[in-house]
Design a protein around this ligand. Structure first.
Ligand code: AMP
Ligand code: MG
Length: 263
């Protein structure tokens, strides 16, 4: 099954998220077969990452975005569970601190971009600058509107410098978000994750959907594609994302270096 082709957003396609089912599983069932497939994919990712690290020709940047409780943290925990911590980095983007906000919006992003041989994961990203910033009108409209092109140029520049970019939008339904908020509130191990701001943001669901539709429509390019990942089912989300990463790494012509490293 070709997950890349099925879930990639084509360039310049006007996206209407209502047409994408967050509970889709592309015909897979929640059974032993899917579980075995996920386990196999995670193992394969571990092997490929080892090779990727040894070859050191490219870097892989994975961008995770989604509504609150869409599963960004869970994706990192599960999908990267087999990968050596030495070969990957995770950068989480919060409300910019004073140093970050004194710079252009891409400054802190560029600092988190992985070096060759590494897989870098962004938990939230520069796309917050056309999401929360737009929804809350943190900058004037003409400023955030210009950012789609700025982001495309930035990502093109990275891709021309040997960085492969995969961007995943974790698509959940509004009901699933409510269910996960309730779980968080009722589970002592998860309660800390809930913030009052989450309920306030949920009230702006439709505005976020519009903002997501715009960035998916404007910023999916051949050098930095977006994927819409149906994420109501966590097992399917993990399967889809790990398959896409594996399929991407498999396209590279990688071989272990024959000679030892120069001293
Ligand atoms: P969390 O991912 O739950 O730890 O929350 C991080 C918070 O930081 C979210 O509410 C984001 O919307 C917010 N955030 C991330 N980037 C920005 C940004 N550039 N401007 C304003 N808020 C941001
Ligand atoms: Mg949160």
């Amino acid at each position: 099954m070709d997950f890349i082709r099925k879930l990639m957003v084509p360039r310049d396609k006007k996206i209407n998220l209502a047409k994408y089912d967050p509970a889709d599983t592309l015909g897979h069932d929640d059974d032993q077969k899917s579980k075995a497939k996920l386990d196999k994919t995670i193992k394969r990712l571990d092997d490929l990452q080892d090779l990727f690290y040894a070859v050191k020709k490219r870097a892989l940047l994975i961008v995770l975005q989604g509504m609150d409780a869409a599963g960004k943290d869970g994706t990192i925990r599960h999908v990267m569970s087999g990968v050596s911590p030495q070969g990957c980095s995770v950068t989480s983007f919060k409300v910019p601190n004073s140093e970050e906000s004194a710079h252009d919006f891409l400054w802190r992003i560029h600092k988190g971009v992985p070096e060759r041989g590494m897989i870098g994961i962004f938990n939230r990203s520069h796309y917050e600058d056309v999401l929360v910033v737009r929804v809350h009108e943190l900058v004037p409209k003409e400023i955030w509107k210009a950012r789609y092109d700025e982001i495309n140029r930035f990502e093109r520049n990275l891709s021309e410098n040997d960085i492969t970019i995969l961007k995943f939008f974790l698509h959940i339904s509004k009901q699933e978000q409510k269910k996960r908020f309730d779980e968080r509130l009722n589970d002592p191990r998860k309660k800390w994750k809930f913030s009052k701001a989450d309920t306030a943001e949920r009230k702006r669901w439709d505005e976020y959907v519009t903002a997501y539709e715009d960035l998916l429509s404007r910023c999916s390019t051949e050098y930095a594609p977006w994927f819409i990942i149906p994420s109501d089912h966590k097992w399917f989300r993990n399967l889809a994302i790990s398959r896409i990463i594996v399929e991407t790494l498999e396209e590279f012509d990688m071989h272990f270096p024959k000679s030892p490293q120069p001293s």
